[in-house]
Design a protein around this ligand. Sequence first.
Ligand code: FE
Ligand code: FE
Length: 162
Amino acid sequence: MHISNLNELFVNELRDILSAENQLVKALPKMAKGATSEELRTGFENHLEQTKTHVLRLHQIFEALGLTARAKTCEAMKGLVKEGSEILEMDCECDVKDAALIAAAQKVEHYEIATYGTLITWAQLMHNTEAASLLSQTLAEEKETDGQLTELAESSINAAAV
Ligand code: FE
Ligand code: FE
């Protein structure tokens, strides 16, 4: 990988998160199907719709940069999704499985939050206000989702798992 300036680093990271979001569009329906709690299932379904918007926003950013929206396999998300599918194969009490699914989903959200935070900082440094604004909208939704998952875990699901 040869990267010589911040713009190239920015584009490289955009390609990584595009791959991550694409992987999530495929994984979230499976997570929803595997959830026992109705609230958790609805949460995954809602975040799937948001995730499709995250992909669209990234496409908008690539377009504004005059680049093709080409993803570069995000190995980190591949690993996180793999951990999620291992949970889906778990043969255990449903409440415990829900608790495990929340844990896996929060790891995903935290990866996204870290990446979008970085991308926003870089976009601002390069005075790309349009990209910074689009990325900030997505970051807000990732944070909101993370908060909702925490609420679900604290309110009912983990207690049921105990
Ligand atoms: Fe996302
Ligand atoms: Fe997300």
